[in-house]
Design a protein around this ligand. Structure first.
Ligand SMILES: *[C@@H]1O[C@H](CO)[C@@H](O)[C@H](O)[C@H]1NC(C)=O
Ligand SMILES: *[C@@H]1O[C@H](CO)[C@@H](O)[C@H](O)[C@H]1NC(C)=O
Length: 297
């Protein structure tokens, strides 16, 4: 029996999670959620949605139909919003709060600002809402935060100190928003994602990431950048595809004054979808184990 499950697992996972390569998936019990890599866990996500709908339905006095549980995640919400605003509801009714994690995904009624978080929140998932702005107050009292996922909102403004005091923050996703510039970032980040925004070179300082010696994953693809910021030493994956980068220099990835320098940790660099012709810069990638993905002719 055990072997059959193990044997079927890849199949089950691939049917549940199409296009999910690189995402975390593990089989830990829900009790451990606070400590685990739960960002993309399918069951946790579905459970969060189910609990949220139940809570919202109870709040609104609706009969809750448990058959909704098995609808695909992107079915439209059935709970009527009645024009209410999310800020009218207590956070843990609107969202799902589980040992240190707060799940507020596609909240209905609309969520237009970061909700008040319970003390000691470590993981916030607030994807696909209508949040427009992040203020210095939003996370000021929640220094326990380790991960914040704000993918798919309408964020065009982040006050500069909004994240800077979060010294435990390891993962921050601002993907699929409307940012033109980045705020100050905390130095212990291991994962930073800001792909699919409107980032301009002016808004991403050359040294924005330089001091982040724990940074491993950096997603800046699908923006309007014209230059590559300094990529810190321990980074493994850099995505810069679909920007407006026209050239690179010997110091972009390697060190112009040190021909013996090698950089084995940097294993994936995406530069496709940029005007830069990489074959024009043969000496710029000599420290890398593999060439960047991109336009060579
Ligand atoms: C791309 O960069 C060039 C300068 O290198 C600039 O003239 C052009 O307007 C930029 N295009 C966009 C869409 O930002
Ligand atoms: C190379 O230049 C950097 C600054 O760009 C400097 O910190 C480093 O010491 C230099 N290394 C050598 C070998 O000259």
């Amino acid at each position: 029996m055990g072997t059959i499950i193990v044997w079927l697992l890849p199949f089950i996972l691939s049917t549940w999670m199409p296009g999910s390569s690189g995402r975390q998936f593990n089989q830990d019990s829900p009790h451990q959620l606070g400590q685990q890599e739960v960002l993309f866990k399918r069951e946790a996500y579905l459970e969060a949605r189910r609990n949220k709908r139940e809570a919202a339905a109870r709040w609104l006095g609706e009969d809750y139909d448990s058959s909704m549980v098995f609808l695909p995640a992107d079915e439209p919400e059935d709970v009527p919003s009645g024009g209410a605003d999310a800020s009218d509801l207590p956070t843990c009714l609107l969202c799902v709060c589980l040992t240190g994690s707060v799940y507020c995904e596609e909240v209905d009624p609309e969520m237009r600002a970061v909700p008040t978080l319970p003390k000691e929140t470590a993981y916030l998932y607030a994807r696909y809402n209508k949040i427009k702005k992040i203020t210095n107050k939003d996370f000021a009292d929640i220094v326990t935060l380790k991960r914040i996922d704000l993918t798919g909102n309408l964020i065009s403004e982040i006050e500069d100190g909004a994240f800077s005091k979060l010294s435990l923050l390891e993962e921050l996703s601002l993907s699929e928003n409307r940012l033109v510039k980045l705020p100050m970032l905390p130095s212990k980040l291991t994962v930073f994602k800001a792909n699919h925004n409107l980032l301009k070179t002016k808004g991403v300082k050359a040294n924005a990431f330089k001091k982040m010696d724990k940074l491993v994953t950096l997603y800046l693809g699908d923006n309007m950048l014209q230059a590559v910021p300094v990529i810190p030493e321990n980074v493994r994956i850099v995505h810069l595809q679909n920007n407006n980068i026209t050239d690179v220099s010997s110091d972009t990835f390697c060190k112009s004054n040190n021909t013996y320098y090698v950089r084995p940790s940097l294993v994936e660099v995406r530069m496709d979808g940029n005007p830069v012709l990489l074959s024009k810069y043969p000496n710029v990638f000599t420290c890398l184990r593999s060439l960047p993905i991109g336009n060579y002719r």
